[in-house]
Design a protein around this ligand. Structure first.
Ligand code: UT7
Length: 325
């Protein structure tokens, strides 16, 4: 049976960089607090011409180039985001138009920081059904547009960016081996963002005060570590693998302390875990595809390596995937 294989990766970050020192001049914080509590040193913030679909389009062009494909080769675009400029059309449709991917159908996935992984899992199902398909899976965010810049609890954490990959079927002994996705909507209030206010007075939320991210950070932290650990154990068990079989782990990049806790609980050497949260902060659905593209271009993935991806985000949503590269 053919397997679903990643044949190209790409990423795009806005030009402007916001440092911890910059933030310390905006809210009551410091480089020392942000670094020790989160590991983040800088994040990229979008300017004109760098909206979510534009970053996503740039990342997709790079992934297509690596795959040796042109936009018309793409059959489907799946885009994970919680920060598209428009509620309609989808961000994926804007990317489809911008790329000129005239043969693709396109949709967004709202699974917060797990959006890319959810999208990859969906693409795998389509390709198992039709291995000739070529699918763009994207994670793209402009969280700077959904951040309360007066709230020091959240504004130091997030950044903007996009990552993309092209997947298709292969006869080779490589590709997506196992994945497991989860959701627990009962915990939504711990990490959420309101939409635009309702124009129906019967449904309007009297407490609405803006469309920005709200989070009970400490609780999210605890759930994130446990949930990603459980998801990893589940996908490894599905394939009769142990963590020692894995060459590289790419986790969602939210906080260095979450990643360190995960490393401790799994008992893996730190060098097996790809970390770039210090440069980009938390770009939600974009963290994993950006890290995947960087790791790929740095030569951190050799054909035959086992790659493990895990995510956790609002919803709550979480999951893990094992891929033979
Ligand atoms: O993408 C997936 C979703 N997000 C996450 O996974 C994030 C998970 N959570 C976290 O990363 C951490 O909980 C945070 C980085 C958000 C916060 O770290 P913490 O160690 O849990 O701190 P805390 O929220 O318990 O706050 C400790 C103190 C508080 O002051 P008091 O009440 O002890 O006086 C905060 O007001 O730190 C204060 N604080 C700050 N101080 C300086 C909060 N933010 C800042 C700040 N600068 N930026």
């Amino acid at each position: 049976m053919k397997q679903t294989c990643i044949v190209g990766t790409g990423s795009c970050l806005p030009v402007r960089v916001l440092t911890n020192e910059d933030l310390a001049s905006m809210v009551d914080t410091s480089d020392e607090w942000i670094t020790t509590r989160t590991g983040i040193k800088t994040r990229h913030i979008a300017s004109a011409g760098e909206s979510t679909f534009q970053l996503a389009t740039q990342a997709s062009r790079k992934a297509l180039d690596m795959a040796g494909l042109v936009p018309a080769d793409i059959d489907m675009i799946i885009l994970g985001t919680i920060s598209c400029e428009k509620a309609m059309p989808s961000c994926a449709c804007l990317v489809q138009k911008e790329l000129g991917a005239v043969n693709a159908f396109a949709l967004d996935v709202n699974a917060a920081c797990s959006g890319f992984l959810y999208g990859l899992d969906m693409a795998d199902k389509y390709i198992r059904n039709n291995p000739e398909m070529k699918i763009l899976v994207i994670g793209a965010e402009n969280l700077s547009a959904r951040t309360n810049w007066q709230d020091r609890n959240t504004c130091v954490l997030f950044g903007d960016g996009a990552g993309a990959c092209v997947v298709t079927g292969t006869d080779q002994d490589r590709g997506m081996l196992a994945s497991k996705l989860y959701a627990d909507g009962s915990l939504w209030e711990l990490l959420h963002m309101d939409n635009a206010p309702s124009l129906n007075p019967e449904l309007a939320d009297p407490d609405y005060d803006g469309s920005y991210i709200k989070m009970v950070g400490r609780d999210v932290f605890k759930y994130a570590v446990r949930a990603m650990e459980d998801a990893i154990k589940e996908v490894l068990a599905q394939q009769n693998l142990t963590i020692n079989d894995i060459q590289l782990i790419i986790p969602h990049q939210a906080n260095i302390r979450i990643l360190n806790s995960l490393v401790d609980r799994l008992g893996v050497p730190a060098e097996k875990v790809y970390i770039n949260v210090q440069k980009y902060g938390n770009t939600s659905a974009a963290t994993v595809p950006i890290a995947l593209d960087e790791a790929n271009r740095e030569g951190r993935l050799q054909q035959g390596d086992l790659l493990l991806i895990c995510t956790f985000g609002g919803g709550f949503t979480w999951g893990a995937t094992v891929i033979r590269w």
